[in-house]
Write a protein that binds this ligand. Structure first.
Ligand code: NI
Length: 349
């Protein structure tokens, strides 16, 4: 029997925003607020463009990244309407800032959604459309851990792959730990071998869009384009498309969920522990966040495009394993729940 139902965080409440993968590859966007930007969507210094609060209607309070648009990106694919995937643009630079398109005015302090978002996410009553999607076709190892029986936790890394991903894979391999990588299309194009290696070593590849926009600001067609282009890039590199999706900034609303419900393997993965690694770039703080927020069935958010984030991995994994946790992919974590496209999960149980 399953242990608990996955929680739909519909109202990404506190989570959203800032913490969510703050970095925006392509567009030189960095974590919202990380890198050069400083405080992510910190309202005070928020750029001029006034985001219209379109975030999930169900979560009025959900802060979303602010447009820390600053360092003008070389290219600006982040335009809400024009996510034109240009396979050529590599990514990665740990320090971009600027979030493409923020959607709701950050009504909360920059670190409002600090750590774990909602300690106690609750199932979203409505979310009609969500959950209607097709069940994800999980590629699970029948001999893998049963997270309804053992203590599992999922490490997730956004925005890569990048310059530090190979080292991260080495660390995980050495510790027999599995993780999930929410990749952006351009970085996949630039590092196909890394993605292929990750899959070969048992990790899961999730979709983090192509140009890292706030999907809530896009039309249904543009959302599909963002998702499909990145999945296609992953398929080209590994033989199969992405399995699960993490919307940039964790920004989802009914429209996004409805669109994703029609896409294959598009269950929305949020998180229960936000390490804010992209913001403080301090391995010790990342570990502290994990220690403070981890719980069985949890999903931990990190970013492998930052050296300091990868530097924190050995201690994080060693700590979790010392506490009896089995590190699994998000699909392994949610397997008892049979995740469905368009439905959002922040953890199991
Ligand atoms: Ni991101």
């Amino acid at each position: 029997m399953r242990r608990g139902t996955a929680i739909i965080i519909a109202a990404l409440v506190p989570l959203l925003g800032l913490g969510a993968c703050a970095t925006a590859p392509i567009t030189a966007a960095g974590p919202v607020g990380s890198g050069s930007g400083g405080a992510p969507a910190a309202p005070p210094s928020a750029p001029s463009q006034q985001p219209t609060a379109t975030v999930a209607p169900s979560s009025p309070t959900a802060p979303t990244p602010t447009p820390a648009a600053s360092s003008a990106p070389p290219t600006d694919p982040s335009q809400p309407g024009a996510p034109a995937p240009s396979p050529t643009t590599p990514i990665a630079s740990p320090d971009y800032t600027a979030a493409p398109a923020p959607e709701a005015k950050p009504s909360a302090p920059a670190d409002a959604h600090s750590r774990t978002a909602s300690p106690t996410p609750t199932k979203q009553p409505d979310e009609a459309p969500s959950g209607d999607g097709a069940p994800a076709s999980l590629h699970l190892d029948p001999n893998g851990p049963d997270c309804s029986e053992v203590k599992c936790v999922a490490l997730t890394f956004d925005d890569g792959p990048g310059a530090h991903t190979a080292r991260l894979l080495d660390m995980l391999k050495q510790r027999h730990a599995k993780a999930t990588f929410f990749v952006v299309g351009p970085n996949v194009k630039a590092n196909p071998a890394l993605v292929k290696r990750a899959v070969a070593e048992g990790h899961q590849i999730g979709n983090h869009s192509w140009s890292h926009p706030s999907l809530t600001k896009l039309s249904p067609g543009a959302i599909r384009k963002e998702v499909r282009s990145t999945s296609a890039a992953v398929k080209q590199a590994t033989g199969r498309g992405t399995e699960s999706i993490r919307p940039p900034y964790g920004a989802v609303d009914k429209k996004v969920r409805r669109v994703l419900a029609g896409e294959p393997n598009a269950h929305v993965i949020l998180w229960s522990v936000d390490t804010l690694d992209w913001k403080h770039h301090d391995p010790a703080k990342t570990l502290a966040a994990v220690k403070q927020g981890v719980q069985p069935g949890g999903i931990i958010l990190m970013h492998d495009i930052h050296k300091t984030s990868v530097d924190a991995v050995p201690a994080v994994v060693d700590y979790l394993q010392s506490k009896g946790y089995t590190l699994v992919t998000v699909d392994q974590l949610l397997a008892p729940e049979h995740p469905r496209s368009g439905k959002a999960y922040s953890h199991l149980g």
